[in-house]
Design a binder for this molecule. Structure first.
Ligand SMILES: Nc1ncnc2c1ncn2[C@@H]1O[C@H](COP(=O)(O)OP(=O)(O)OP(=O)(O)O)[C@@H](O)[C@H]1O
Length: 336
């Protein structure tokens, strides 16, 4: 479990003071995958680095697994960091060492006796799907494979927490998916708490149980990923969501619509088609579905349909009221 209590990080240069993280309080539960999303400069990296005191907060408290990290001495902090693994966008593998040696190095540095190193590295390479690459050098690996080595290295000393700094940002979409699947597996099998910072909402949608949105050093919105996707409160959150769930209709089509245009949200397992066809049978209106899609947030369905309804004003309103009682959310986008 990670608790950040009113954490602020200021950077001072001769000329000015920059606030990287501004009074952030967050609780990340043991065993969850937590995403922190924001544009470049929002303070994500700084916040993540405050979680293992690679960046020492100017004020506030940081607790990881019950330890108050700000009060630890240098050597206590080094030992506490063994239970906090970290991976990066740039992998940071040692190019002159093989895959096996890169992982073994983390164990040697932690003082693990030699006879325990080989079985441990073998198990870790198996876990990340690289058993057949042990003797290869980083230059012989793809980006996804390099990230797998860095995950094995980060897990070497059995951490309870894994911090991921834009871990998939340098990878193509398919490789990103396979690395996210690996992180999901590790979270599930080892019960590891995973914190991911990213500017890609797709990453959050795919694997995060909960997430926070950052802007100008502050957390402006946080919650369960499904709630954030289905009912975002802040304009910036909506903007991030639109990068994944794009329901914009072409201007030309919008101009040609003379009925009422509505957007229907179906949360969970509501049967969208059945509800819409019931409405059309019960009310004398014509309906035309212009856009309809079911997306999966982690593994939970979220359906969004955009439709035009035409008919007598009163009957149309009754039809919309009928829908409001049956679907999760109805928005009138254009009044016609
Ligand atoms: N060492 C530093 N010295 C001075 N300013 C810094 C330092 N590190 C970060 N900052 C500033 O703090 C703010 C937050 O930066 P940070 O790197 O945490 O943002 P980010 O959301 O991770 O962005 P990116 O994805 O581009 O890394 C920025 O204004 C940045 O310029």
């Amino acid at each position: 479990m990670i608790v950040l209590d009113q954490v602020t990080k200021e950077f001072k240069s001769k000329k000015r003071k920059i606030i990287g993280v501004d009074n952030v309080s967050l609780t990340i539960e043991q065993g969850e995958i937590y995403g922190i999303v924001g544009y470049s400069g929002a303070g994500k990296s700084t916040l993540l680095r405050c979680m293992n005191i690679l960046e020492r907060p100017t004020s506030g408290k940081v607790f990881v697994n019950g330890l108050d990290l700000m009060t630890l001495s240098g050597s206590e902090l080094r030992s506490a960091r063994q239970s906090i693994g970290m991976i990066f966008q740039g992998f940071y593998l040692v190019s002159s060492k093989t895959v096996y040696e890169n992982v073994a190095f983390a164990l040697k540095a932690a003082g693990v006796p030699n006879h325990k190193i080989k079985p441990r590295v073998t198990r870790l390479l198996e876990l990340v799907g690289l058993s057949d690459r042990a003797g290869q050098y980083p230059a012989q690996l793809s980006g996804g494979q390099k990230q797998r080595v860095s995950i094995a290295r980060a897990l070497a000393n059995n951490p309870k927490v894994l911090l991921c700094d834009e871990a998939t940002s340098a990878l193509d979409p398919n490789t990103t998916k396979s690395i996210l699947a690996l992180l999901k597996k590790i979270n599930h099998e080892l019960g590891l708490t995973i914190v991911i910072i990213t500017h890609e909402m797709e990453v959050v949608k795919e694997i995060c149980h909960r997430c926070a949105v950052m802007q100008d050093g502050r957390v402006i919105e946080q919650g369960a990923t499904y709630d954030i996707f289905s009912n975002p409160k802040e304009a910036l959150t909506r903007k991030f969501i639109e990068t994944v769930l794009d329901f914009q209709l072409p201007e030309q089509l919008l101009d040609s619509i003379d009925g009422k245009l509505i957007r229907l949200h179906f949360w969970g397992d509501l049967a969208a088609d059945a509800i819409v066809s019931d409405m059309l049978q019960n009310f004398e209106v014509r309906g035309n579905i212009l856009h309809g899609k079911v997306e999966y947030i982690r593994d939970e369905p979220l359906g969004i349909f955009v439709m035009e309804i035409k008919g007598d004003e009163k009957v149309t309103q009754d039809a919309i009221d009928y829908l409001k009682k049956r679907v999760s959310k109805v928005e009138v986008i254009k009044n016609g």
